[in-house]
Write a protein that binds this ligand. Structure first.
Ligand SMILES: Cc1cc2nc3c(=O)[nH]c(=O)nc-3n(C[C@H](O)[C@H](O)[C@H](O)COP(=O)(O)OP(=O)(O)OC[C@H]3O[C@@H](n4cnc5c(N)ncnc54)[C@H](O)[C@@H]3O)c2cc1C
Length: 397
């Protein structure tokens, strides 16, 4: 097991910071550098996410990553306290509920069985149970619900702050700089070059790509074509005229629109919802522009159809961030086969926040020991696309 030597992580979002934290916790006692070009994280996906945390996947590897992470998040506010920083990620275990209509019922029936068989906490809710749980939600076209009672949501920016503070307290150095080149010795990646012309490393034991939606740009610096591409995802926040009488789980409508509560922080705050609706066919690109017309066009109509009282909700704000997509919508985890020493933690395709704790743990294991024991992530290795071995997990939203 390697414990010493320099490790450099490029990107200090939730993924890079979680890897740094886990490396230290697991005993890496060499130099540990996290290079982050924007300490405000204005465009980091970690700042812009919705905050949903679920175990409802349909592959063993994703369920394994999600279960580790869910346990981690449930205790985050206590276990990640460090001098000067008390995190408040406020994990609310209010559940994740897929509403299933006729068209998708047989697919979901099979999925629930499979998820249960793989150890996910998930149950099928009949219409009476749904009506009790969700007063005011129209169910006339719904057959049943699939509910993960242990799942829920949290505050993404506080997760980021918490991981970063804990990693720094454990001795990770956060360097505010842009990586513009990778140093190679023969085929090994051994360090990074920064925008000011200085270098870090030169004989690093590992350089980790945790550059989020910009991962392919970093890969190109090593002459690699990584199958990771940015795709815009938009969210809207709306305010309710009066407090909603109960708290929503994350609710996923058959149309794809999904929402969660954004609880009032002070007494004068209105009750609010955060609403998402993935646009199939959104073109790849680094597009951060929020298209406000989508609220009336795509988001509000299915939301109001499902919950008629939300007719009175008013738009507060909207924003756009980038999903880092891969061809099979699953991440690349592990050392690149053509660039020894270059480890990838990329391509989370819209579910990187919810599995960031486990990703930190398994990358720490892969870097130090060459294998991941906590969750076997060998099926997510970066060489799988060249071998034509895509990972199928149908539970993507
Ligand atoms: C609108 C939206 C909603 C989402 N909702 C959810 C959700 O509900 N649940 C969920 O699990 N996931 C969600 N996601 C996905 C989740 O946010 C990401 O998968 C996760 O945050 C990825 O974290 P990361 O650290 O890899 O990337 P990022 O947070 O983007 O961090 C990458 C960092 O790398 C830095 N960087 C890049 N290149 C360089 C360089 N050359 N030099 C130095 N630094 C560099 C960037 O500045 C950035 O800070 C959502 C994403 C979006 C956009």
């Amino acid at each position: 097991m390697k414990t010493g030597g320099t490790i450099i992580i490029v990107g200090g979002g939730v993924v890079g910071s979680s890897i740094a934290y886990h490396l230290r916790r697991d005993g890496h006692d060499g130099r540990l550098v996290v290079v982050e070009r924007d300490p405000t994280y204005a465009r980091a996906s970690s700042s812009l996410a919705m905050g949903g945390v679920r175990q409802q996947f349909s592959s063993a590897v994703n369920i394994g990553l999600a279960r580790y992470s869910r346990r981690f998040y449930a205790e985050f506010d206590d276990t990640m306290r460090v001098p000067g920083h008390h995190p408040r990620v406020n994990f609310r275990s209010r559940g994740y509920l897929f509403l299933v209509d006729e068209a998708s019922s047989s697919r979901f029936e099979a999925r629930v069985e499979r998820q249960r068989g793989l150890g996910a906490q998930v149950e099928r809710l009949g219409l009476d149970a749904l009506a009790d749980r969700l007063p005011g939600v129209r169910l006339d076209d719904i057959r049943f619900g699939v509910f993960g009672a242990d799942d829920g949501y949290l505050e993404p920016r506080d997760v980021l702050r918490g991981f970063r503070a804990a990693a720094a307290a454990a001795g990770a150095e956060f360097v505010p700089a842009e990586v513009t080149g990778l140093l190679r010795r023969s085929d090994r990646v051994v360090g990074v070059e920064l925008a000011d012309g200085t270098t870090v490393g030169g004989e690093a034991v590992a350089v980790v790509n945790a550059a989020g939606p910009f991962a392919a740009r970093l890969g190109a610096m090593a002459g690699l074509e990584l199958p990771v591409y940015p795709v815009r995802q938009q969210l809207f926040r709306c305010a309710l005229p009066t407090p909603w009488p109960y708290r929503f789980p994350v609710v996923i409508d058959p149309t794809g629109v999904h929402w969660r509560h954004d609880d009032p922080v002070t007494e004068s705050d209105p009750d609010r919802l955060i609403v998402a609706c993935t646009r199939l066919g959104e073109p790849p690109g680094e597009n951060f522009e929020c298209d406000l017309s989508r609220w009336e066009a795509d988001f509000r109509p299915p939301l109001v159809r499902r919950v008629p009282r939300l007719e009175a909700a008013t738009l507060v704000d909207g924003w756009a961030g980038l999903y880092a997509m891969t061809p099979d919508h699953n991440p690349l985890l592990g050392e690149h086969p053509d660039a020894p020493g270059f480890f990838l933690a990329n391509g989370f395709s819209g579910h990187g926040l919810m599995i960031a704790p486990a990703v930190g743990k398994v990358l720490s294991e892969l870097i130090r020991t060459g294998r991941s024991d906590t969750v076997d992530v060998s099926s997510l290795d970066p060489g799988r696309f060249d071998r034509g071995e895509l990972v199928h997990d149908e539970a993507m939203i």
